[in-house]
Write a new protein. Structure first.
Length: 298
């Protein structure tokens, strides 16, 4: 079998902190998730990132893997199995999830064969399954039921998941009993879903602040106006001060992401110029050019 360099798969150095390992995994999971990525080979890269993170996130497994890697193994080397005494090294933490989606290399180190060799008997809880679910920012804000399609080693299944209102990207939802079946009468594992947000045409999230770009007409920006602006909680009225330029930022306090305290909504004004596509419109623009002593490049 082939030796897997889990650090290389995640794109981190062997001395990377736990936080750096987690951040690298989340970045790759978002990039290659089958529900999001159209890139060739994305599903295999997603599975590889899952496997690497599962091996490195637990201190016991990571320590044992580092000891093995210190023997000179590199990614792609032929690997004939763990050395004698491997099963007696400390490998604590949760049981691995999604075993059938993992490589023979992973299973030889951390899978059922290793656990059986350590003498476990009797009922055994099923392994957890970890997956990423992409939802809309509006659904996450409001909460409520969401239908998701999960791809795992057993094929596809559709579940209805209740999304907590105000859940943030990276947070997890645990569905008890939706993981792998137990053995010997043991309970089934859980399904652990890590939340990611799909792109939205109107709203972007920056921490707890919600960002919105608001189109305004030149006369609204120049003279001032009260205009409607969308928020995740519904439409509100925003007063634009006179002589506002495109790019001006305005703050709607408490209209951002829920929390204690709630975030704000940051509105960026974008002045849109109407086209000079009629005789009347051209005459108006020509009159403005005569009347205004204005050079935007000066």
């Amino acid at each position: 079998m082939e030796f897997k360099d889990y650090y290389d798969i995640l794109g981190v150095k062997p001395e990377a902190s736990d936080a750096e390992v987690k951040a690298a995994y989340r970045r790759l999971a978002r990039k290659y998730h089958p529900d999001v990525s159209k890139e060739s080979g994305a599903e295999e890269k997603f599975k590889a990132a899952n496997e690497a993170y599962e091996a490195l996130k637990d201190p016991g497994r990571r320590k044992a893997y580092d000891q093995l890697r210190a023997g000179g193994y590199r990614g792609g080397d032929e690997f004939r199995g763990p050395p004698p005494g491997w099963s007696r090294q400390g490998q604590g933490g949760d049981q691995p999830f999604g075993g059938e989606d993992f490589s023979d290399f992973f299973e030889s180190l951390f899978g059922e064969r290793m656990r059986g060799a350590r003498g476990h008997a009797g009922p055994r809880r099923g392994r957890d399954i970890r997956a990423q679910v992409s939802i809309g920012i509006r659904s996450a804000y409001a909460g409520g039921p969401e239908r998701i399609t999960l791809r795992d080693g057993g094929g596809e299944r559709t579940l209805e998941v209740r999304i907590p209102a105000g859940i943030a990207p990276g947070q997890q939802i645990r569905l008890a009993g939706q993981g792998h079946p137990g053995q010997g009468g043991g309970a089934a594992g859980d399904l652990i879903l890590e939340v990611a947000f799909r792109e939205d045409a109107t709203f972007q999230l920056d921490g707890r602040n919600v960002l919105v770009t608001l189109p305004v007409a030149p006369w609204e920006a120049a003279l001032g106006a009260e205009v409607p602006v969308p928020t995740l909680g519904g439409e509100v009225r925003l007063r634009i001060p006179a002589n506002s330029d495109s790019g001006r930022k305005m703050r709607l306090r408490g209209r951002g992401w829920p929390g204690t305290p709630a975030g704000d909504q940051i509105v960026t004004l974008s002045v849109h110029v109407p086209p000079a596509d009629t005789d009347t419109a051209r005459e108006l623009y020509e009159a403005m050019a005569r009347e205004f002593d204005f050079d935007p490049r000066r």
